[in-house]
Design a protein around this ligand. Structure first.
Ligand code: AMP
Ligand code: MG
Length: 215
């Protein structure tokens, strides 16, 4: 495994794609600081470039490097739910390429609760953009074989971390507005989030430009 992880880090540094297990689904990873690398993800998935990607970090310390602002809500939620299936949308630091966020000035960050994903991020020592490792509109993969069947040679390496435990995607929570808002429901519930931050969370979809989906 050590050799494979080293190989994965080399590939990520070279701007290539590495799929890896998280506790939710398999992710298709690339260096979140490189527009060229991130573009490969959109191509491999056939994903519209208007749909932003989640960036995986190793912990709160790394999250604070790539968020321009780390609010009190972010602090409380990171402490309560990370590592785990909660993505926090926060102001994007300029070192994260725009392509990741589909041009927005925000970024969705999360810390995956899977030893292999965490080990990969530690060794790479940088943020990894990783949407689910399937073709756009297809079912999210929960095994390494599923990723290979789905993406074939479009992925440079698949790290096999066994079957994913959760199988449900992360909850995406927007912390950039006046009130926290759930953009995508997932494994962490609204009630759990409200209990931690001590205030109401909205889950109303907002009206958005058709070309720029909120999530
Ligand atoms: P996937 O990567 O396929 O698991 O999907 C990621 C989800 O997170 C999508 O619903 C995205 O729209 C959402 N997302 C990621 N980053 C942002 C962001 N900066 N703003 C709004 N939604 C985001
Ligand atoms: Mg997906």
């Amino acid at each position: 495994m050590k050799e494979l992880l080293d190989q994965a880090v080399q590939l990520l540094r070279a701007g290539r794609l590495v799929a890896f297990a998280t506790e939710t689904v398999y992710g298709l990873g690339a260096d979140a600081r490189s527009a060229e690398a991130v573009e490969r993800i959109f191509l491999a998935k056939g994903r519209p470039s208007t749909n932003p990607l989640i960036v995986h970090v190793s912990g709160v310390a790394m999250a604070k490097v790539y968020a321009r602002v780390w609010s009190n809500d972010a602090r409380l939620l990171g402490r309560a739910f990370w590592p785990g299936p909660l993505t926090l949308v926060v102001p994007r630091h300029k070192s994260i390429c725009k392509t990741v966020s589909a041009g927005r000035d925000t970024v969705g960050l999360r810390v995956p609760n899977h030893p292999m994903a965490l080990e990969l991020i530690y060794r790479f020592d940088g943020p990894i953009a990783a949407p689910s490792a399937n073709r756009s509109t297809h079912v999210s993969p929960t095994t390494a074989q599923h990723v290979r069947d789905e993406l074939g040679s479009a992925v440079d390496l698949v790290l096999d971390g066994g079957a994913c435990a959760v199988g449900i995607e992360s909850t995406v929570l927007d912390l950039t507005g006046a009130q926290p808002r759930i953009l995508r429901p997932g494994a962490v519930t609204r009630e759990q989030i409200e209990r931690v931050i001590g205030r109401a969370v909205s889950s109303e979809p907002v009206r958005t430009d058709v070309n720029v989906p909120a999530s």
